[in-house]
Design a protein around this ligand. Sequence first.
Ligand SMILES: NC(=O)c1ccc[n+]([C@@H]2O[C@H](COP(=O)([O-])OP(=O)(O)OC[C@H]3O[C@@H](n4cnc5c(N)ncnc54)[C@H](OP(=O)(O)O)[C@@H]3O)[C@@H](O)[C@H]2O)c1
Length: 228
Amino acid sequence: MNNKKTILITGANRGIGLALTKTALLKKFFVIACYRNDDSKHDLYSLECNTLQIVKADVTEEVSLKKMAESINTNIDFLVCNAGVNNGYGSFDSSDHSIEKMLDVFNVNVIGSILTVRNLINKMSEGSNIIFISSIMGVQKHEGSRATIYRASKAALNNVMISISNDLRVKGISVTAFHPGWVKTDMGGPNANLTVQESAASLIHNFLNLNMDNTGYLFNYDGSKMDF
Ligand SMILES: NC(=O)c1ccc[n+]([C@@H]2O[C@H](COP(=O)([O-])OP(=O)(O)OC[C@H]3O[C@@H](n4cnc5c(N)ncnc54)[C@H](OP(=O)(O)O)[C@@H]3O)[C@@H](O)[C@H]2O)c1
């Protein structure tokens, strides 16, 4: 058992998930960092320390999630469903929107987030927090076109957040979604205006302010509430 706050992060081997892992370690959390692919776990393993548990978990595979859950023997204070894919920014009629690619985006971003919560809910208790890393692109009023399926997946994720927050209110578990900002990662690209460190530092700061008064909301990375 550990006496630190425990945070579990999916998709923690690169991008925002890796930066959240590094920031949480600096902030003295016990961190459970998940990766799905043995070929891309190196950056996580370079952080090895006694407050970091590294676990394999593909959020689209229930067997993988069950195995991951079995390896956890502590209460989870913060569950961060960060794993996500965007198969492309093309328009709805482009090759980015083949049936296979569209199903993959929904499978990871929406169903994967539900499966993650479903397999870890028994590790959470009153005062725990579930955080979905969503996107401003899922906001209905957000201007612009393209990335049709990615936008739809994040809009669906925001809706999932609402229904799970209603389900878990009685247990005293807060459920929120966060837009991490436009962040320089493989997904965000080099022209994004935030570094992973800036996004992660602000996110962790705001996770620590969560409670039952703000369950069911979508937040920007800076802690301000966003419309759906
Ligand atoms: N970057 C931005 O500007 C931005 C803006 C808004 C929202 N977001 C959201 O922020 C989150 C993180 O994005 P990012 O920019 O850090 O993306 P990224 O650099 O592309 O990293 C995505 C992470 O998700 C993991 N992942 C993908 N499919 C998975 C699966 N089936 N099971 C487990 N892990 C899986 C990846 O693992 P592998 O290495 O194995 O592929 C990787 O660790 C995503 O949900 C994204 O939609 C990002």
